[in-house]
Ligand binder design. Sequence first.
Ligand code: NAP
Length: 282
Amino acid sequence: MKIAYLGLGIMGRPMAINLVKAGHDVTVWNRTPKNVEGARTAATPAEAAKDAEIVWICVADTKAVESVLFGPNGVEQVLRPGVKVIDSSTIAPLATREFAARVRAKGAEFLDAPVTGSKIGAENAELLFIVGGPEKTVTALEPLFLTLGKKVIRVGETGAGESAKIGMNLMVATIFQGFAEALALTEKLGVPPEKLVELINSSMIRSGVTDYKASFVLNQDWSPNFPLRLMLKDIRLMLDAAQQEKVALPALREIEKVYQKAIDAGHANHDYAVTVETVKNL
Ligand code: NAP
């Protein structure tokens, strides 16, 4: 298929590489010029999308998606009936519904398809796609999703993918905060961190979050798999949605303060796992 891939960050780059490996005809674009071996490079989102059947986006936040779609030289300028736009960024569900309506006004289709699985999942084509949009479009694109991932779950209509994704990350943030606080306390009480991890892994407390993060924490390796700045962006998406829907999220409100402290300490581009240090220093 002819695919335009827009956004070559930690997640987008391996996804674009895996599309090339799967034999697709890929054109890439990134705000800061970057190439992917085996793909053409376009100078603007519109140039990348001009002949594409699929326009796949994975950029940082809501503003970035808006600019790629509707900014100067944005995708909207070349949208035509039949084109399918897939957004794998994690952004606001409300904005997603507005963006989808503008895309559909041009006769094109739109799916919100945020992912979970982080850098390693993207590199190994083992992502989970959390999709919102018409069932027919999701079913038609399932084989394409499965070239980059292990599973596709359609949650509901447009925006439902993003809504579910922020719910998933709410769990990630709270589970990781529990891990960070347990480490801070038990270390003071004299329990070696590697013993706590061994106990976690041998008990019902084990989770995908600690499976992924514990070795990074034990090695104090804060290189970004999921940068702190993006987790804080997601925490704010959750808090905004909670305010709109009048849902109290007391634990998350405290976690937001921890992440802000970590940003203030200069950790924006480190992995969010660095909050283990922040919690210890509170
Ligand atoms: P990243 O490494 O920070 O990459 C962000 C990408 O967005 C870069 O290509 C960046 O371009 C681009 N960008 C930022 N602002 C832009 C703007 N205003 N206009 C156009 N492009 C812009 O982030 P990532 O980890 O790949 O994450 C991408 C998305 O996936 C985010 O929504 C994130 O929350 C979500 N996600 C990430 C993970 C993870 O573990 N990393 C997991 C699941 C979901 P430049 O190169 O020019 O800065």
